[in-house]
Design a protein around this ligand. Structure first.
Ligand code: CTP
Length: 397
């Protein structure tokens, strides 16, 4: 059974972003119940909330159709955390002063679990001493305030008052609730995505890697407490954790350089990038015109980053590679494990439906240097990332 969160929505424009927050919790296996104030429902509809949370919305304490349960008490007992997003100046005032005149403020008084509050309002309101005092009071009583970001506000001004992005809120709550700090203090280098090898100023040789597997690994590792350097080729994914430092590169040569600079300092290195094996020998300075009946591009080999790291790694560093295969999968993967001197190799077979590039799912078999095999089912890449890290944990020195 997943962890359980109650999301409290109050009446601010950022309420529309809370819909993504509900989805993030659901997607990551949480059970979600929502309570919204009357004003919140000016911005978002009960239908949207109930569809996304797959639970009945709790908004009216005196709903004639309610069950005989005392909802705010049963919800308070059920919850592992309350996340109030967005939190208006009004709800901060009520929470700070014990006013219980609706479902959310009454629930708040009955709770014993951790409370996370993500304020969102106009910058002058947020800076108002009364609001600041209420925030301080709540903090002193143990509430965790997810301080608003600076930026453009819906009222047209710029300043501090933007609700934290759903991904930031989720990451904080999720990290807090996950008691798994198994990678605390470990330094990790993860490569992700494709590389783009330029032919001329407008063209490149690339591949279908989206980067998702590497980003999932980075997030899962960061949630377990690792400090992650994520060296990624072009990818539209974003990394949502303050423990992740993203380093963008384009070509195999840039990825090689970036990794070599970082490698000495790492405890665990995972190379999930789909690095080009060949790159054009010469990059045309101008766009190549279609003046030729046939055209060849001369390619030269790139440096193998995994193998290079394998050559210099210390005994106390764990090196994990990937093998993407379309034939003789197991044999090829085991060969790569040895030739590249990795400790573990993660085999992806493009023959498996739903595995490999541009899918949300993957299915892998992990081979270890000491001859063991760990096979996974077809699962989301988030779950596969978990499995890879669980296996890595068996081998950390
Ligand atoms: N790799 C790398 N640098 C390269 C090529 C690959 O670090 N220039 C890494 C990948 O990140 C992956 C592993 O090597 O962890 C295996 O990649 P894969 O494409 O399966 O194999 P290759 O070594 O490229 O061999 P081949 O394409 O011949 O199967």
């Amino acid at each position: 059974m997943g962890q359980k969160v109650v999301i409290g929505i109050t009446g601010g424009i950022a309420a529309y972003k809370t819909m993504s927050l509900i989805r993030l919790f659901k997607k990551n296996g949480y059970e979600v119940r929502v309570t919204a104030t009357r004003n919140a429902l000016q911005f978002v509809t009960p239908l949207t909330i109930e569809t996304l949370s797959q639970n009945k919305l709790y908004t009216d304490m005196f709903d004639p159709n309610r069950t005989m349960e005392v909802e705010h008490i049963s919800m308070a007992e059920w919850a592992d955390a309350l996340v109030v997003a967005p939190a208006t100046a009004n709800i901060l005032g009520k929470f700070a002063h014990g006013i219980a005149d609706d479902a959310l403020s009454t629930l708040f008084l009955a709770l014993e679990c951790p409370v996370f509050i993500a304020p969102a309002m106009n910058n002058n309101m947020f800076g108002n001493p009364v609001v600041q005092q209420n925030i301080k009071t709540l903090q002193e009583r143990g509430c965790r305030i997810l301080s608003p970001n600076e930026g453009f506000l819906a009222c047209g001004t710029t300043g501090s008052g933007r609700m934290q992005e759903p991904e930031e809120i989720f990451a904080t709550v999720d990290e807090f609730l996950s008691s798994d700090h198994s990678l605390q203090g470990k330094k990790m280098l993860i490569t992700a995505g494709p590389t783009y090898e330029p032919i001329d100023p407008v063209r490149f040789i690339g591949n279908h890697s989206s980067g998702l597997m590497g980003f999932c690994l980075a997030e899962a590792a960061a949630r377990k407490g690792a400090v992650v350097s994520l060296v990624t080729g072009p990818s539209h994914y974003t990394a949502h954790h303050r423990n992740i430092r993203r380093l963008d590169v384009k070509t195999a040569a840039e990825m090689y350089q970036q990794c070599m600079q970082l490698v000495d300092d790492q405890d665990i290195i995972i190379m999930s990038a789909a690095v080009a094996d060949y790159t054009p020998a010469h990059v045309a300075p101008e766009k190549i015109k279609k003046d030729f009946a046939q055209l060849s591009v001369e390619l030269v080999k790139t440096k193998d980053i995994l193998a290079s790291v394998g050559k210099i790694k210390r005994d106390n560093q764990l090196l994990i590679g990937f093998a993407l295969e379309t034939e003789n999968e197991v044999e090829n993967a085991k060969k790569k494990l040895h030739t590249k001197n990795a400790d573990l190799i993660v085999l992806n077979s493009l023959r498996t439906a739903g595995a490999g590039f541009r899918t949300a799912t993957n299915q892998v078999t992990i081979f270890s240097k000491d001859g063991r095999e760990f096979a996974s089912d077809l699962k989301s890449k988030q779950e596969i990332a978990e499995e890879i890290l669980q296996t890595a944990l068996l081998y950390i020195k």
